[in-house]
Design a protein around this ligand. Structure first.
Ligand SMILES: [Fe+2]
Ligand SMILES: [Fe+2]
Length: 163
């Protein structure tokens, strides 16, 4: 695999691990706000992001590239209301989508066909990620400051299963 693609994939590994770290920050914040269902949802989200990093690592290793793990930036510790949390989460996923599209464009430009096929999974995944974050955000906007409705939504998110 060429150097430029290898470097860009390593940067994406870092972005996925940062995503996991940010979702863990959000989980910690939501646990502290006594919203265990939201916190549970965020912890599963963090696991998925680690899976994304592993996918990229495997792809590089399978093709004889070099995996380089750089430092992961510290995520914020304050995230505000659950609605603020999901606004940040949606904005973050939109940024990751932009990065994935940029990577795909590079793979096309460099005629790296295996990377293109591998990245197609991520393109689909980002559609799902934005859809899910957007739906939860819509629900939270509708709930507004009705605390008892938020508590039942928290319970609903608490039933999310892994995978
Ligand atoms: Fe991801
Ligand atoms: Fe994500």
């Amino acid at each position: 695999m060429n150097e430029q693609i290898n470097k860009a994939l390593n940067e994406q590994i870092n972005a996925e691990l940062y995503s996991a770290y940010m979702y863990l920050g959000m989980a910690t914040h939501l646990d502290a706000e006594s919203l265990p269902g939201f916190a549970h949802w965020m912890k599963l989200q963090a696991r998925e992001e680690v899976e994304h990093a592993l996918r990229l690592m495997d792809h590089i290793a399978d093709r004889g590239g070099r995996v380089e793990l750089a430092a992961i930036e510290q995520p914020p510790s304050q995230y505000g209301t659950p609605q603020d949390v999901f606004e940040k989460s949606l904005a973050h996923e939109q940024e990751v989508t932009r990065l994935i599209h940029q990577l795909y464009a590079l793979a096309v430009e460099q005629k790296d066909y295996p990377a293109q096929i591998m990245l197609q999974w991520f393109i689909d995944e980002q559609v799902e990620e934005e859809k899910t974050a957007g739906e939860i955000l819509d629900t939270l906007r509708r709930i507004g400051d009705r605390g008892h409705v938020l508590v039942s939504f928290d319970r609903q998110l608490g039933s999310r299963q892994a995978g």
